[in-house]
Design a protein around this ligand. Structure first.
Ligand code: NAD
Ligand code: UFG
Length: 341
């Protein structure tokens, strides 16, 4: 059984990925400082999979603990979710983001190199495409970023590219589009600390009565109904994409893959109003909203070309928006205060 280090494994995408890793026969070891997650998420995953999961409360800024962890385990690969992700906060506290996301990743890569673990799957983001020139976005599109969070993702991609060129490292950079939804049990899901920045958790918190109404950021974009268009992907599909990426590395074991970026999306664009209406239709809940001005830094439309994920990883998203809405609502209504419920 191949051991996989999962940094940030207690978080939203990490916790879902643990389930798919175990289902596929991998042995995850979670390394998370719990700065944006709860140990309850791990307990809930243990209940779903019916087995214990190794958990290390640790920070990727703690080099000694990273070394200790690699001394104790022989990892085939690292799935590197650990990172800070709030775009707004990254603008006001850029050093915090560069230190955590870039320095933390350099620490991890140094320790991986020292212990001859040379396979990494990195949580990148569609944000590296900035304002896309053409749609759907392919992996060869020009990269640029408009905020410090995005810069940290882009910087790590450049670091991984250089490292792969200079060594036997293999890095699959999974560029996530917009993850939504929750596991079908409704026991794990997205649990934002504060008022959500992202659309889907905002909608579900309005529906459950925690927030009064949704502000729709702009209705004058050049899109189907004037509201922003994104590629919403179910978190379970996204998690399976990580397993496919690992399996790809397993089949290539010994052979050099190098740096390989892959989009994980559905290929479909959905507007804000289409998502709101899908949620209302799928759950029967009311979602009051008002139109407000555009949010600074937002692009009109962003959706993926998923051809590479299909040909290289043999992966395609299976769940639709309706299913994601139903699953989000099950999680939100059963856990109105997230893991604090
Ligand atoms: P999340 O905040 O739920 O999970 C990240 C986890 O990393 C948390 O459990 C947090 O405690 C942990 N962490 C943060 N800094 C750490 C550190 N220094 N040491 C150890 N652990 C640390 O976020 P998520 O939505 O699950 O995202 C996972 C990854 O995917 C992140 O890197 C994020 O930037 C990236 N990503 C997310 C989205 C999205 O919309 N959710 C989109 C694109 C990319
Ligand atoms: N939106 C609203 N009201 C809200 C929140 C969002 O109208 O309260 C709109 C936005 O203007 C946008 C769409 O809903 O048109 C989606 O917004 P999100 O904030 O949910 O997602 P973004 O595409 O802006 O960004 C997200 C993450 C980024 C990541 C990017 C690509 O926040 O970190 O997806 O993966 F980089």
């Amino acid at each position: 059984m191949k051991k996989i280090l999962v940094t940030g494994g207690a978080g939203y995408i990490g916790s879902h990925t643990l389930i798919e890793l175990i289902k596929a026969g991998f042995e995850p070891v979670v390394y998370d400082n719990l700065s944006n997650s709860s140990p309850i998420a791990i307990e809930r995953v243990e209940k779903i999979v019916g087995q214990q999961i190794s958990f290390i409360k640790g920070d990727i800024l703690d080099v000694e603990l990273l070394k200790q962890t690699f001394k104790e385990h022989n990892f085939f690969a690292v799935i590197h979710f650990a990172g800070l992700k709030a775009v707004g906060e990254s603008v006001s506290k850029p050093l915090k983001y560069y230190e955590n996301n870039v320095t933390g990743t350099i620490n991890l890569l140094n320790v991986m190199q020292e212990f001859a673990c040379q396979n990494i799957i990195f949580s990148s983001s569609a944000t590296v495409y900035g304002n896309p020139e053409t749609l759907p976005i392919t992996e060869t599109a020009k990269r640029s970023c408009t905020n410090p969070y995005g810069q940290t993702k882009l910087t790590v991609e450049y670091i991984l590219e250089d490292l792969c060129k200079s060594s036997q490292f293999n890095a699959i950079s999974l560029r996530y589009f917009n993850p939504i939804g929750a596991y079908e049990t409704g026991t794990i899901g997205e649990d934002p600390n504060d008022i959500p920045n992202n659309l889907m958790p905002y909608i579900s918190q309005v529906a459950v009565g925690k927030l009064e109404k949704l502000s729709v950021f702009g209705d004058d974009y050049d899109t189907v109904d004037g509201t922003g268009v994104r590629d919403y992907i179910h978190v379970v599909d996204l998690s399976k994409g990580h397993v496919k990426a690992l399996e790809y590395l397993v089949t290539k074991d010994g052979e050099k893959v190098g740096f390989d970026p892959v989009n994980l999306g559905t290929g479909n664009g959905t507007s804000v109003l289409e998502l709101v209406n899908a949620f209302i239709g799928a759950t029967g809940q009311a979602v009051p909203y008002v139109m407000t001005g555009r949010r600074a830094g937002d692009v009109a439309s962003c959706y993926a070309s998923c051809d590479k994920a299909k040909t290289v990883l043999n992966w395609t998203a299976e769940f639709d928006i309706k299913r994601a809405c139903v699953d989000t609502w099950r999680w939100q209504s059963h856990n109105p205060n997230g893991y604090k419920s």
